[in-house]
Design a protein around this ligand. Structure first.
Ligand code: ADP
Ligand code: XUL
Length: 539
């Protein structure tokens, strides 16, 4: 038997991939969309409505309701849960769940006849969970940064300078605004360690991958940083789970899942990690030289890193990789969100959007759009701001090209701190189906781009991590190369090659884009001159 389950608790859905590891086959692939299947939780896109647009919380009970639904459905699809050897998972990063001192007993004695959500409800000390889309902790970020000696120091210590969505600033805000509830909080989990805890029926550790997304972990020493804890909230260490490597086995599956869904009592629960560390495995990035660009609700740009090399200017993060190494990541909030806004503004279908990209020229005649339809993470833009340079809002074609060129240019500029020349890009996420978008990507990054056969890279990475951890626990550890082989590989025929003429055009365009960004965000000089220079050189 070599059947493993990978779960992915993401912003808008909970997904599962079941793999037959030895046969290199995906046996089941399913998802529960929160908005469609669990509308009673009032989180149509995975987020609770709030009068302050900077606040983004979700309902942790929604994730549990989805887990019950998903496992029931897995069984209905003909998968025998009793054959699953081990389960691992991936969680949206940074989000946190606050539990009181009843949680330990509740987790240890889950009743198979009752839903998870009903049982865990009395164990919450805070009914909602701030998630990665929250921008409301600017003040706390400033306070922590000052206490730790500046943004560069925080980045050197924790892998990232302070970011609003990171767990430490979120915890500080909770302590400051709801001290009584903070006092009643016995354990603060990440989404990943919370879900693992429920599956294992005991408090699970936080892995080094996801732990690095908190501004609390010493990235190199891999322990909770005393200085960061002190700068965040009092009594925090006692409230955090322990840190552990990603291949830790948390324990056997809780009897709840054995009795309710027919899992084997011997099934192992491996530590969960963040969705990005899991995706790193899910696309097979186990050594340096290639990067992955995921075009999802938000866009991410990430790659394997052997030695931690951080951005001290707040342009990205270094997390732990499940292989025990490191990974770099840059998150762009305005991903599909911005592409859809432009598409919808002009009433286009995706096919028409692609057609426009085919018909228009690289460099867009020097027209530039800064597409911060929502607050942007990279570069830091705290409130929405859409700017057009040499571009009329009524020009459908130029706006379509401009949004894609802006996104790809922004990635190229803000990935420079990683100091690597990328020759190969793996593209994943919903919009990676669009080959015209991938052509702009190839040209702007001067790299070959490949599509991936499995859309769910985070869930696949989780399933492969389950296999890796469980084999290791049996004394049959396999090298990562063998773990990912045959699963996490790009489609060879999908290659999109850079066009040399477009690559040349984009060298100048990048300078122009950089000037527009500096003008809009940092009071830089008017980019009219830069646009003129670009137009002259691009012919
Ligand atoms: P998530 O981050 O929620 O997992 P996905 O990776 O599933 O998101 O991507 C979903 C998004 O993909 C949709 O919101 C849509 O904007 C985008 N998408 C789907 N098809 C296309 C296409 N042909 N061209 C561009 N974008 C697309
Ligand atoms: C990464 C980030 C997002 C979330 C949700 O830093 O905020 O990618 O992990 O997917």
């Amino acid at each position: 038997m070599s059947i493993y389950l990978g779960l992915d608790s993401s912003t808008q859905s909970l997904s599962a991939l079941v793999i037959d590891f030895e046969a290199r086959k995906i046996l089941a692939d399913l998802s529960i969309s929160f908005g469609e299947r669990l509308p009673q939780y009032g989180c149509p896109k995975g987020v609770l409505p709030h009068e302050d647009p900077a606040v983004a919380h979700s309902d942790p009970l929604l994730w549990l309701a989805a887990l019950d639904l998903l496992l029931a459905e897995l069984k209905a699809r003909g998968i025998e849960p009793g054959r699953i050897e081990a389960v691992a998972g991936s969680g949206q990063q940074h989000g946190s769940v606050y539990l009181n001192d009843r949680a330990r007993d509740v987790l240890a004695s889950l009743k198979p006849r009752r839903h998870l959500a009903d049982q865990l409800k009395p164990a919450l000390s805070r009914s909602t969970s701030p998630i990665w889309m929250d921008f409301s902790t600017g003040r706390q970020c400033a306070e922590i940064t000052e206490a730790l000696g500046g943004a560069g120091r925080v980045a050197e210590l924790t892998g990232s300078s302070c970011f609003e969505r990171f767990t430490g600033p979120q915890i500080r805000k909770f302590w400051q605004t709801e001290p009584a509830r903070y006092e009643k909080t016995a354990r603060i989990h990440l989404v990943s360690s919370f879900m693992a805890s429920v599956l294992a029926g005991r408090h699970a550790p936080i892995d080094f991958g996801d732990g690095a997304g908190m501004n609390l972990m010493d990235l190199r020493a891999r322990n909770w940083s005393a200085a960061a804890l002190k700068a965040t909230a009092p009594g925090l260490k006692a409230r955090l789970p322990r840190l552990a490597s990603s291949d830790t086995i948390v324990g056997r599956i809780s009897p709840y899942f054995v009795h309710r869904y027919g899992f084997s009592p011997r099934a192992r629960i491996a530590a969960w990690s963040g969705d990005n560390p899991c995706s790193l495995i899910g696309v097979g990035l186990i050594s340096a030289g290639k990067v992955c660009i995921s075009l999802g609700t938000s866009d991410t740009y990430f790659g394997f890193m052997a030695k931690p090399h951080v951005s001290t200017k707040g342009e990205g993060h270094v997390f732990g990789s499940p292989t025990g190494d490191f990974m770099s990541l840059i998150c762009f909030l305005n991903g599909s969100l911005a592409r859809e806004r432009v598409r919808d503004q002009y009433g286009l279908s995706w096919a028409q959007f692609s057609q426009v990209l085919r018909e228009t020229k690289p460099g867009n005649g020097g027209a530039v759009l800064l597409p911060y339809f929502a607050p942007e993470i990279t570069p830091n833009v705290p409130s929405p701001q859409v700017r057009r340079y040499g571009l009329d809002a009524s020009d459908v074609k130029r706006n379509v090209r401009a949004v894609i060129e802006a996104q790809m240019a922004s990635m190229a500029l803000h990935a420079r701190w990683m100091g690597v020349k990328t020759r190969t890009v793996y593209a994943t996420g919903g919009a990676s189906a669009n080959r015209e978008i991938l052509q702009v990507m190839a040209n702007l990054h001067d790299a070959e781009v490949y599509q991936f056969p499995v859309g769910k890279s985070a869930a696949l990475g989780a399933a492969l991590r389950a296999a890796h951890a469980s084999l290791k626990a049996d004394g049959k550890a396999r090298p990562w190369k063998e773990i990912v082989a045959g699963f996490a590989e790009p489609v060879a025929e999908s290659r999109v090659r850079p066009d040399p003429a477009a690559v040349r055009t984009y060298r100048g365009f990048l300078k122009l884009y950089e000037a527009c960004e500096a003008h809009a965000l940092r009071g830089g000089e008017d980019p009219a001159g830069a646009r003129e220079r670009y137009r002259r050189t691009s012919g």
